[in-house]
Design a protein around this ligand. Structure first.
Ligand code: CO8
Length: 371
């Protein structure tokens, strides 16, 4: 068995930032039009009037101030309220693979080695471009990597499940180095007409290179990885290939992202905090001595509670990294963006935790130590 290290990371940030104000202005214009168009039915009690959204609520309830998106024009038009991303031909690289390639190029540059040393590509994300061929194989082809590639989906936890899979491949000798990418166009499956969730997600791509320790010159020793799943209906997306076999359901709101946010909050915080503390104990690590937490970025209040339980005190500024104010929830990529952006100051021997959690429920912990 070989020890695996995280050797490098990369980040692709989409070109358009979309503020809460822009999002709420669009949503409220839609609400005004809907209520005006349905005034009679609303007055007769046949249709429920829609309620406006608010910037103050979004920031207080989630910590999100803005998000990046691949297309903005469709999202600020109350007549559209979905991203406008034209279909590409089969001869062109798909948009998700393209984002992943950009993130991967940055990771490869930081790694400073040739792609010939990479033996596998894993695309771990919430939403795949299509059923097949795999995005990972497109990425592999675009970067000129040999070996094998495949897609895997564990919703928001995809990246930690991907790192574990990569580390296991390295440990067993299936590959000396693995490229793991997380392209997310969350705006594609977000219902921008749903007041409860229209503000939650953003688009981004991240990349992680995992390699054999004896090949590494720098990076992060993976001290331990743990995965957990526990069935829940509280975060769901019923979009799928059998929708056309049940056409009566096509267009229903459950064919986009839906959640019981309050229940998710209540159930996931204790589940994840307990998992982290237990995993640390099993590795002989003191969780209160971790230098940094790079948690999944869904809700800053959630992260604050998990941080407090894990560290046993109020986290100091910067100790529990928050990037969702700028990026919103980017599903699998959130904890990797946090790790990518906030690890430069680590000294050799410092330890930290990459942790993701989300639909399934699913959760993954990856403890790392700076080499
Ligand atoms: N503006 C103003 N008021 C609002 C709005 C709004 N936009 N939305 C709701 N309110 C009101 C409600 O009507 C309610 O009013 P009242 O008290 O009068 O009934 C009040 O605000 C409180 O509503 P909530 O209870 O819903 O508010 P919360 O405080 O619970 O905050 C959150 C809502 C922010 C959604 C919060 O519950 C949360 O973040 N929960 C955790 C969610 C989470 O972590 N989910 C993970 C999902 S991501 C995942 O796993 C990946 C899936 C794959 C991604 C696919 C891409 C799309």
């Amino acid at each position: 068995m070989h020890q695996a290290v995280i050797a490098a990371t990369g980040l692709y940030t989409p070109p358009h930032s979309l503020s809460n104000t822009e999002l709420v202005t669009t949503f409220n214009a839609y609400v005004e039009r809907f209520n005006a168009a349905n005034a009679q039915a609303i007055a007769a009690g046949e249709v429920a009037a829609l309620t406006p959204s608010s910037v103050e609520f979004i920031e207080k309830a989630s910590g999100i101030k803005s998000r990046f998106v691949m297309n903005k024009s469709g999202l600020v038009d109350p007549d559209v309220m979905r991203p406008d991303l034209p279909e590409r031909t089969n001869e062109e690289i798909s948009i998700l693979a393209e984002m992943a390639v950009e993130a991967a190029k940055q990771a490869i540059e930081r790694w400073g080695k040739d792609v010939s040393q990479i033996g596998a590509v894993i695309c771990a994300a919430s939403n795949m471009q299509r059923a097949y061929p795999a995005m990972a194989i497109e990425v592999q082809q675009a970067l000129g990597i040999e070996g094998f590639a495949f897609d895997m989906n564990v919703a928001c936890s995809s990246a930690t499940f991907g790192i574990k899979t990569a580390a296991d491949f390295v440990a067993s000798g299936s590959a000396r180095a693995v490229l793991m990418v997380n392209p997310e166009i969350c705006s594609g499956h977000l219902n921008f007409r749903d007041r409860d969730s229209h503000f939650i997600f953003g688009d981004v791509a991240t990349a992680v290179i995992v390699e054999r320790e004896e090949d590494a010159t720098d990076g992060w020793e993976i001290l331990g990885t743990r995965l957990k799943t526990q069935f829940s209906n509280n975060i769901r997306n019923n979009f799928g290939f059998l929708n056309r076999a049940a056409p009566e359901g096509i267009g229903a709101s459950d064919k986009l992202f839906v959640q019981e946010g309050r229940k998710v909050f209540r159930e996931v915080v204790p589940m994840v905090a307990e998992m982290i503390v237990q995993h640390a104990a099993d590795l002989g690590l003191d969780p209160t001595a971790l230098t940094r937490l790079w948690l999944h970025q869904a809700n800053s209040n959630m992260n604050e509670m998990i941080g407090k339980r894990v560290l046993g005190r109020e986290p100091a500024p910067g100790e529990n990294v928050i990037i969702l104010d700028e990026y919103a929830n980017t599903s699998s990529a959130g904890s990797i963006i946090a790790f990518h952006k906030a690890n430069d100051d680590f000294a050799s021997g410092d330890t930290g935790l990459i942790c993701s959690f989300g639909a399934g429920y699913s959760a993954g912990t990856v403890f790392v130590r700076k080499r």
